[in-house]
Design a protein around this ligand. Structure first.
Ligand SMILES: O=C(O)C(=O)C[C@H](O)[C@H](O)COP(=O)(O)O
Length: 204
């Protein structure tokens, strides 16, 4: 899978995971995949995140990516752990060039027209819109996306099961990211699977 659009089209929602205990990795991944959410974004926000990526890759059907990738160093570490796609909260030329050179599907965060223009200059057309609600929500993305017909987005940040369908209804949106399926602490796999199944059924 070499293009970000293929990852974005696996399901309407990419779960954004902040996992503090590597022991939770496999049960959480199994529950999300069983519920119909195969693309899993493991944020590099916790000390065990790279081990979580390694563990989740053992789960059949999981397509495991790294989030919160801030620079080429993080990119290398994520790729070394086996990350199959890369998500960042923002975009720098250094990170963009490194991700393109690595040939890995890359979804950089954008919040305004300049971010998108930097991405387009690098040859990228698939973006995260972050932080989606705090940046002005649907109204903001609709206005920002209007001049960029070639660009498509994965809004992330503050999206809920109730608001996700409104985002998914936008032409410029291929999927959304969110963490609502995975409450903090010891995973309740039945609840996670049920939340994933609900998310997998969302439509715009
Ligand atoms: O770490 C990153 O790079 C991020 O993507 C930031 C957050 O993890 C997402 O914004 C999740 O947002 P919520 O669904 O509102 O919890």
């Amino acid at each position: 899978m070499s293009n970000p659009e293929a990852v974005m089209k696996l399901a309407p929602v990419i779960p954004v995971l902040v996992i503090n205990d590597v022991a939770y990795a496999v049960p959480i991944a199994q529950a999300l995949v069983a519920g119909g959410l195969p693309a899993l974004e493991v944020t590099l926000r916790t000390p065990c995140a790279l081990d979580v990526i390694r563990a989740m890759k053992q789960v059949p059907g999981a397509v495991v990516g790294a989030g919160t990738v801030l620079n080429p160093r993080d990119l290398d570490a994520a790729l070394e752990a086996g990350a199959e796609f890369i998500v960042s909260p923002g975009l720098t030329a250094d990170l963009g060039k490194a991700a393109i050179a690595a040939g890995v599907p890359f979804l950089p965060g954008t919040a305004n027209a300049s971010d998108i223009m930097l991405g387009l200059d690098l040859g990228l057309t698939r973006f995260k819109f972050f932080p989606a609600e705090a940046s002005g929500g649907i109204k903001a993305l609709s206005a920002i996306a209007a001049p960029f017909g070639m660009a498509k987005f994965c809004p992330t940040g503050g999206i809920t099961p109730e608001t996700a369908p409104n985002w998914l209804a936008l032409d410029a949106v291929l999927c959304v990211g969110g963490s609502w399926m995975i409450p903090k602490g010891e995973p309740d796999v039945a609840k996670i699977e049920a939340a994933a199944r609900q998310a997998a059924g969302l439509r715009g």
